[in-house]
Design a protein around this ligand. Sequence first.
Ligand code: ADP
Length: 510
Amino acid sequence: MQMKKYILALDEGTTSARAILFDKQANIISKAQHEIPQIYPRAGWVEQDPMDIYANQYAALTECIAKSGISADEIAGVGITNQRETVIIWDKNTGNPVYNAIVWQCKRTADICETLEKDGYGEYIRRTTGLRIDPYFSGTKIKWILDNVDGAREKAKAGELLAGTVDTWIIWKLTEGRVFVTDRTNASRTMLCDIHTGEWDKALLELLDIPKDMLPEIKSSSEIYGTFDCMGAELTISGIAGDQQSALFGQTCFTAGEAKNTYGTGCFLLAHTGETALESKQGLLTTVAAGEKGRAIEYALEGSVFVGGSVIRWLRDEMKLIHDAADSEYFARKVKSSEGVYFVPAFSGLGAPEWDMHAKGTIVGLTAGTGKNHIIRASLESVAYQTEDVLSAMNAEIELFYGKDNSKMISVLRVDGGASANSLLMQMQSDFSALTVQVSANSEATAQGVAFLAGLGVGFFESRAELKTLVSVKKSFEPQICEKERKELLDGWHRAVKACRKFSERENNL
Ligand code: ADP
């Protein structure tokens, strides 16, 4: 019997399936990645082949172990983190999907959502699930498959179909149908789960006509769920979390007021709120934070920025202003400020706290002296301003609940994701939000989170306190502007957002 020295994280993202092997000090020993083909059957629809998801995840898993040179018996536990909200329905006898996976970005259920809204279910859904009614979440996607795939509803009623998010699908496949589970973080994104009890909500299942028997059992994010055979060893699955909650855990945000932002294509901000499910009055989402078996359910507030790092990609691919995303920092540093130029990159509307689906991108404040570097700088600033809007909405909710001067306000922001490598952007964030920004030494916060959960689940890691000792800060940013300057900059940004919304309002009326 080999000594168990490693934890394996499976990170099934939207564009690729990865596997990352960690040791006891949370060092990365080996990585493998396989791309997942995207399917766009028509405008606004996004699908993936569930077999592609599983096959690519399995390939990444075995490749990661094979190239590390370790033996599979040395792995103490396996954790799975995944793209959230994406759903798969399959036949429990054959293991074959009845339809492609409907991916979180897919907007095909917009009309189902409009009807729910019109019929007045918004308030019940917000109170029960912490979510706004939106095609983004899994529930209406499951309903769509049952309503639109020939024979699916009859088979579901006869108990022959299973439905799940990607974690559930992968675990069911790995265990050859023996284990049918999900965790609370994934369940909290389905718009079917009562986040206060951690159970499927009967009324919502009835409303969407989804038989409860086709849904998995909801468990904690860290416990032993089952085992599977792989490369001559029996591997134990002991961690599950949706990608954003996994990153929150990987950044060791465990108590109220600890927050992280992931700067990727979009930005995902989560702030831990302890055991309190803070209801948002400003359009933020209330979501379940990852936690171990036996603990009370913990929660987080979540807000996202639709266009984050992708505004930099747009400068590169569409405007051809830069060759590489990292060049944005070089050019933006060539000017001292954006000199009154503001860029509101509302390419697909504005998210929290504006929630204006009709807004279009707008650049304001141009003069004859405005050059390429100002536009690039204003683009980076837009990522930090949008994040600041979400952060201040979160702090406003926290203040509303706990009163002024409470210790649960966000004063440090831990960051990860591709664009967090941009030091100018991180300095802007610290300036605009008047808080400390900490870049973690480990760039793989998402995989690390579920590795931590899986490690705790099998006793490989002792406690959250031990995990805190395994993470370190690579770089830290403190505000360098005074409050007056900050107020002026934010005022300019908010006027730019207003101008952007005003323009779209007129467009919508035409
Ligand atoms: P995702 O996981 O969403 O695909 P990543 O975490 O890989 O995203 O981040 C990539 C995004 O970040 C891209 O949109 C890219 O334009 C942006 N990005 C990457 N590096 C930088 C940088 N140095 N400065 C600004 N933006 C960057």
